[in-house]
Design a protein around this ligand. Structure first.
Ligand code: NAI
Length: 695
């Protein structure tokens, strides 16, 4: 049963029970409807309480059902709410912990709502490119007011139950030590005979001058959401709660919901939702694989990455010892971490106690013997095989048996690193992204000999560190950087052929990327790519690059760190200003290599950049470096600012249609550097079969 029924005195208590968050799937809906009907039919029952078992009242609709006929099978969520709302005996929603989406819509269909303090209340549908489709947009404004409802529905952000004091959402919020069921039953007994039954739908939304407010909201939301349609649709449906009768508003909400559910944006967001969950599943590593305990971590190298990685462990309550070769570097590294936490404290996001707690979890050493007992050690020293060799040999000599030896290398061969030790099964790549304390992605690089329990432990650790762990095989650049290399090459060619950095950045930012390639380069440091290219010029002379990026570095323009990169920067300001010197350099370079510059459309820019990712992604998939196309999408959504409402490069290619992607690639193959467009065999095969990467 996915809802339990019992009678307490004259009150029936229906407890939704569908772990982990009492999602309102078909079985749960059916059981809840049966419970209400049973209570209606029982003369001894005078009132009904609906609550949720375990860790939630209800987290909302069961999104696994979205693409299945179950979603349309009766009783739908609408019907369940209607049954609750039309009950002739009062129905009380007893809310605790989590009450979101369809869960909140159900509660709004009840006659009364009581809650425990600290319950998180939200209508998060917008995060899946949708709007609340079971009355939420019409009922919430009727109890919390137009402004608060609009903010909640457009942002999807949870609000704790205390924040609703002064609104009509809750009829009572109990004391934090109260027993929810006892209190809810007492409340239900008290109101059992009150008639008429209060209904949210009968209330009015009062907002003087609502048209001005709605117009202001439309303008703001439009400016902020760009190509993503759901937030504006949310505004329009909430507007209907003031401008239309309840029944008409509900009809309008239904119509807009059914429209949004078919949009590529919502499909992409739902894909991303499932892709994230799928990423933690490795076919040959069963879910019950035992994991190693991680109670103490060590980091080698307290530089940019080492410091950020240390903060991740500390934030998760795991003590960290940093190891450096020189006291000065160690002091500097620890001081940077401290300063970071101080800034967070100054912004009011960390209490002084928590600050002390976190800083107290960090220590430093110059001596390998001091880290020997750590359960995991993450190496983040210079990107140089010789330095890595010396570090891993020392780790092998001192670390306790069973310790995980991880490397944060971004390009080097993890198998080679593993073979510097006598325990390659304990070696794994943990490729964090910069800034490591902010970026969600953690590429977990599985070496040929990495053991299954090390992999399972690292995946579990990624969750503890609040990262999205995605497993990659060993290759140059792993999943993310190997693909971005092709994207950067195209960006360079576009400059030679007629674009300026600003045009390229604007075009992909309009497509939805957080940042275009040149602003990204300036942020990360253009010297990093220069260093890698110099190696490639020797190792793989057949790979062609535009010289513009090298010329830029030769001008000393490494990016924000030198206050000059593809753009000009003013001291203490991250805003990018078009640079005459750089633009002149680009135009001159085209002339020097005899290329007649032409006008390039935004469409061409986006296609060339995105399809170059897709083509390399297809090779990565075919080689088994990535286990699934959706893992590649996760890498790009969480590590590279790919617009989440486009679902990631591989999903996006599926929505365009692989045959169309190939057709565009053929066209570009006729241009300069055409050999960059040799299609990946997997893509050709899938297109011929009429399939996509994800189907
Ligand atoms: P960094 O130069 O900021 O820091 C390296 C630190 O390692 C320095 O503090 C240095 O004193 C220390 N170090 C050098 N040799 C050592 C040794 N033998 N023993 C102990 N400490 C030693 O470098 P960054 O940027 O932090 O990079 C570190 C690693 O992370 C590299 O492998 C890099 O490829 C990788 N990485 C860097 C990213 C970035 O955006 N900076 C992103 C992802 C990975």
């Amino acid at each position: 049963m996915s809802a339990e029924y019992l009678v307490n005195g004259s009150v029936a208590v229906i407890t939704l029970n569908n772990p982990p968050v009492n999602g309102l799937g078909l079985e749960t809906r059916t059981a809840a409807v049966a419970g209400i009907r049973r209570a209606q039919a029982d003369d001894a029952v005078k009132a009904i309480v609906i609550t949720g078992a375990g860790k939630a009242f209800s987290g909302g609709a069961d999104i696994k059902e979205f693409n299945s006929p179950k979603a349309l099978t009766e009783p739908s969520l609408h019907s369940l709410i209607q049954v609750a709302e039309s009950s002739t005996k009062p129905v009380v929603a007893a809310i605790h912990t989590v009450c979101m989406g369809g869960g909140l819509e159900l509660a709004l269909g009840c006659n009364y709502r009581v809650a425990m303090p600290g319950a998180q209340i939200a209508l998060p549908e917008v995060k899946l490119g949708l709007l609340p489709g079971a009355g939420g947009t019409q009922r919430l404004p009727r109890v919390v007011g137009l402004e608060m409802a609009l903010n909640m529905i457009v942002s999807g952000t949870p609000v704790p139950s205390e924040k609703f004091a002064g609104t009509a959402l809750f009829d009572e919020v109990f004391a934090s030590d109260a027993n929810l069921i006892d209190s809810a039953v007492a409340f239900a007994s008290k109101v059992a005979d009150v008639r008429p039954l209060p209904r949210v739908r009968d209330r009015k939304v009062n907002y003087p001058n609502h048209e001005a407010f709605l117009q202001f909201s439309r303008n703001t939301v439009k400016a902020m959401s760009g190509a993503f349609p759901a937030p504006l649709e949310c505004v329009e449906t909430v507007a209907a709660s003031v401008t239309r009768k309840f029944e008409d508003g509900i009809k309008f909400e239904r119509e807009r919901f059914l429209h949004l559910i078919q949009t590529p944006e919502s499909k992409s967001l739902r894909h991303a939702f499932f892709a994230e969950r799928l990423a933690s599943k490795i076919p040959d590593v069963p879910a019950d694989t035992p994991t190693r305990e991680i109670k103490q971590a060590a980091i080698i190298g307290a530089g940019t990455m080492g410091g950020g990685i240390a903060m991740n462990f500390v934030n998760a309550g795991i003590p960290v010892i940093l190891l450096e070769t020189k006291q000065e570097a160690l002091d500097k590294g620890i001081a940077t971490i401290r300063k970071n936490y101080e800034n967070t404290m100054k912004k009011g996001k960390l209490t002084p106690e928590k600050f002390e707690q976190r800083v107290g979890l960090i220590s430093g050493t110059l001596n390998y013997a001091d880290i020997a007992q750590a359960d995991i050690v993450v190496e983040a020293v210079f990107e140089d095989m010789g330095v890595k060799e010396s570090v891993f040999k020392q780790l092998d000599a001192v670390m306790k048996p069973g310790a995980i030896l991880a490397s944060n290398t971004s390009t080097l061969d993890v198998n080679k690193i593993a073979d510097f030790t006598g325990r390659p099964q304990d070696v794994v790549g943990t490729h964090f992204f910069s800034p490591a304390n902010v970026m969600k992605l953690l590429e977990i690089v599985r070496g040929a000999k990495t053991s299954k329990d090390v992999l399972a432990t690292t995946l579990a650790l990624s969750k503890k560190l609040r990262k999205t762990g995605v497993v990659s095989g060993v290759c140059d650049g792993f999943i993310g950087n190997r693909m971005i290399e092709q994207y950067s090459r195209q960006a360079g060619f576009l400059l030679e052929e007629g674009c300026l950095p600003e045009q390229v950045d604007k075009a992909v930012e309009k497509f939805g990327f957080a940042m275009g390639p040149f602003r990204m380069g300036d942020l990360a440091g253009n010297d990093i790519g220069w260093y890698i290219r110099k190696r490639r010029y020797v190792e793989s002379p057949e790979i062609t690059y535009s010289k513009t990026a090298d010329l830029l570095c030769e001008m000393g323009r490494y990016g924000q760190k030198t206050s000059a990169g593809w753009y000009d920067y003013k001291a203490g300001d991250r805003k990018a200003y078009a640079s005459k010197d750089v633009n002149d350099m680009i135009v001159k370079h085209s002339a020097d290599i005899g290329v007649e510059r032409r006008k390039i459309s935004d469409e061409e820019i986006v296609e060339r950049l995105v399809y170059s990712l897709v083509n390399e992604g297809a090779r990565i998939l075919e080689e088994g470096i990535a286990m699934r196309a959706s893992d590649i999408d996760m890498v790009y959504l969480t590590g590279y600012g790919f617009p989440v409402f486009r679902g990631g490069p591989m999903f996006y290619a599926d929505t365009v249609g692989l045959a169309n992607v190939l057709m565009a690639m053929e066209k570009y193959a006729k241009g300069r550097h055409g050999n960059a467009w040799t299609p990946a065999p997997l893509m050709v095969r899938l297109a011929a079969e009429g399939k996509g990467f994800n189907s």
